[in-house]
Design a binder for this molecule. Sequence first.
Ligand code: LP5
Ligand code: MN
Length: 241
Amino acid sequence: MTTLFISDLHLSPNVPKLNQAFFHFMQEEAPHADAVYVLGDLFDFWTGDDDPSPFCRSIIDAFKQLTNQGVPCYFTRGNRDFLVGKRFAKETGVTLLGDETVIELYGRKAVVLHGDTLCTLDEAYLNYRKKVHLPWLQWLFNHLPFSVREKIVARIKGDIKHDKQSKSLDIMDVTQSEVEKVMRDHQVDLMIHGHTHRPNVHRFTLNQQPASRVVLGDWGEQGYILRIDDETMSLDSFAID
Ligand code: LP5
Ligand code: MN
């Protein structure tokens, strides 16, 4: 049996092909897995667990169906779905994970995270992140009417849409020193994350031992699934059409 990892699908009602690929994954492959990990940015943006749209409900139902079949499902929030909360967890049966979580994979320990916090050169983003993660600010935001929240999100998205284009690719990648720090802190030789949209398996030496960092890919013309079982680890891509 296999443990599956996905991230950065950026689902929304505007990307029907991606939604279809996601539902196909949830119905055909995920039910046969030992566990499924979603490492953030499943959604293009998550405005709140009370989103009444049929689109959000259909995603919630897909998770519910999976967890009802007895497949454990874990969710790490990304920078686009940091507002996923307890109600989502309750309605889907998914377990929400903290920013960095150590998991046990067939006798091997790994740390899983979204990956945004590894990009320590992206100071503008990290300052913004600090603000929107303030519990009191989230509490206030969550208590606004849903339609008001939608307007605020659209406004901020519009205001910052050029910010990313002005950053160099280096700034938006992880820093190796932070990767090694997190892996040392958790005493693991395997890290799995998404966020940077640079799917790859990086191998390096940590504490004189071989170590790996797997970067999941974002879904667009291709989708990515990391499959790990007791013998193998493979980051597979497939065409989405
Ligand atoms: O996801 P990706 O790869 O496209 O880009 C990310 C970073 N961008 C973001 C922005 C979100 O995608 C959209 C934000 C919508 C705003 C909702 C706010 C809701 C308020 C909730 C209050 C509890 O995450 C991008 C990174 C990139 O990853 C790296 O790969 O660079 O970061 C940015 O572009 C952000 C800018 O650098 C800084 C923006 C400052 C905005 C100030 C607004 C302050 C709001 C305070 C609270 C109301
Ligand atoms: Mn992200």
